[in-house]
Design a protein around this ligand. Structure first.
Ligand SMILES: Cc1cc2nc3c(=O)[nH]c(=O)nc-3n(C[C@H](O)[C@H](O)[C@H](O)COP(=O)(O)OP(=O)(O)OC[C@H]3O[C@@H](n4cnc5c(N)ncnc54)[C@H](O)[C@@H]3O)c2cc1C
Length: 455
């Protein structure tokens, strides 16, 4: 490949930066990653960002491309479906997929990040910690770094820069300041708080291990994902203002009453509720719309820096990992013609980033409210039945996003056609037996007949 020894600078050694460093180092580029935080493999990181995440097919596929899917497997706990907890503590498992193989996986964020950094370094990438990017001067081609220690700023003249510095990207802010790029950051009026359900006395999980637990309460919800050590990380998603809202839970008595009323079975498993609730920060969530992701052959934004989304589809990291794979494919095509690589990446990825951003917002309503509606479950069952009858043609939207890798924008388009079919078929039905399957076949042929098979 021409120029295969050119040097690439990454900003941020989070999930996307660490995986991308693997892709680039394996192609023979000299890769340097500047990370603002101390090395998390040696220093405990402060609580804040989600402690565990859902890894799905797209993320695993990108990991497989650099040979890391197998090493990552030992970090994973499969989650077969949503375990719904109602107000009386009754449980119901709603499977994610049609077959037992269709699962998503709970993974520890630091565990995964460690593994990716170790592998990147083994592949030849250099990761420099406590180096914060403060500015990028596009005319002069200089990057301003702050080294701590020794609390010193110094400019650098890098080659191509790829910014993987997350939702609050300093590089994206430099694009706004210096190039007038108008970024829209739509903050959700809801925040989140992480809590711990510790392991039982024998180190075992105190609830079903292989499920994503949800306490859907209409306008808000509690969820919990399993960890390998027998604990669960629970997250409360709630409005910041209003009642109930984080602002009305300032007193411990109000907090306990709120949990007692809404999440009584979880309350019994949260011995440190009060301490964690008041000590830990309330997280922000939002969607970043940045109209420009690259500047000539100088800079590309990737992952959350380009397109942060709300967490309700469990796809932010998966999408960032898929970004790495697609960028690698663009490099495979154009070598180190960075302007073409960056332009093609942006062209390919933008519609998909917009689609998953919208679907992630819709999924908040699904998780906290729609799962309480019997019609939702009827449509889920019908979706699986139609998938069985029309393999590769009718595939539930959730499955297209989580278990397949057709572009997100295509999943969204087909999902809308399928939703019309489901709405039509369930208009007057309450049970699966009442569905007119011949009409279903006709509608599917009419609406999805031209669609290529889902891979
Ligand atoms: C509550 C919550 C739950 C989530 N759950 C899921 C899930 O289940 N599944 C899923 O796929 N996604 C999930 N996500 C989304 C996921 O966390 C992000 O999409 C993912 O972390 C994006 O990776 P990234 O590398 O782009 O950004 P980050 O992971 O944020 O990494 C950015 C890195 O850049 C560094 N950095 C920042 N600024 C600078 C600077 N100026 N100079 C140098 N370094 C810098 C940071 O320290 C960090 O290491 C969730 C997000 C939240 C908030």
């Amino acid at each position: 490949m021409p120029g295969s020894k050119s040097e690439i600078t990454l900003i941020g050694a989070g999930l996307a930066g660490s995986l991308l460093a693997n892709f680039l180092a394996r192609r023979g580029f000299r890769v340097t990653v500047y990370e603002r935080n101390p090395d998390m493999r040696r220093h405990a990181i402060a609580a804040g960002r989600s402690i565990n995440l859902a890894l799905a097919h797209r993320g695993l596929r990108a990991l497989r491309a650099v040979g890391l899917d197998e090493p990552v497997r030992k970090l994973l706990i499969p989650m077969r479906g949503r375990m719904l907890h109602d107000e009386r503590g009754q449980l119901a498992l709603a499977p994610y997929g049609r077959t037992p193989a269709e699962v998503i996986h709970s993974v520890s964020r630091p565990g995964l990040n460690h593994l990716l950094m170790d592998a990147a370094e083994a592949a030849g990438a250099k990761i420099l910690f406590e180096r914060r990017c403060e500015d990028l001067d596009f005319d002069a081609g200089t990057l301003l770094l702050h080294d701590a220690p020794p609390d010193r700023r110094h400019p650098l003249k890098p080659g191509p820069v790829i910014a993987t510095d997350g939702a609050g990207s300093a590089v994206r802010q430099a694009m706004t300041r210096r190039l007038g790029v108008q970024v829209v950051e739509n903050l959700l009026p809801h925040g989140y708080k992480e809590l711990t359900i510790p392991a039982g006395p024998d180190g075992r999980h105190l609830m079903e291990r292989e499920a994503l637990h949800i306490w859907p309460r209409g306008g808000y919800m509690l969820i919990a994902l399993p960890n390998l050590d027998g604990s669960f990380t629970a997250t409360l998603f709630l409005a910041n203002e209003g009642d109930p809202g984080f602002s009305t839970l300032r007193e411990p008595a109000a907090l306990h009453a709120f949990f007692q009323q809404n999440f009584a079975d979880a309350l019994a498993l949260l011995p440190n509720l009060e301490a964690e609730f008041y000590r830990r920060p309330t997280g922000l969530m939002g969607t970043v719309h940045c109209p420009r992701w690259h500047v000539q052959d100088k800079l590309l934004l990737l992952g959350d820096a380009a397109h942060a989304i709300v967490p309700f589809h469990g796809q932010g990291m998966n999408c960032a990992f898929e970004d790495c794979l697609i960028l690698d494919q663009c490099i495979g095509k154009h070598g180190d013609d960075w302007e073409r690589v960056f332009a093609e990446f942006e062209h390919l990825r933008r519609p998909d980033a917009e689609a998953i951003a919208e679907m992630a917002l819709e999924n908040y309503v699904e998780m906290r409210a729609a799962v309480r509606d019997p019609k939702f479950h009827l449509q889920k069952q019908l979706g699986f039945l139609l998938e069985e009858r029309h393999r590769g043609v009718f595939v539930p939207r959730y499955s297209m996003v989580m278990f397949h890798h057709l572009p997100y924008s295509e999943a969204q388009r087909r999902g809308a056609l399928q939703q019309d079919i489901l709405d039509d078929l369930t208009r007057d039905a309450h049970k699966l037996e009442q569905i007119d399957l011949e009409r279903a076949d006709t509608l599917i042929a009419q609406k999805l007949g031209d669609c290529p098979s889902v891979t």
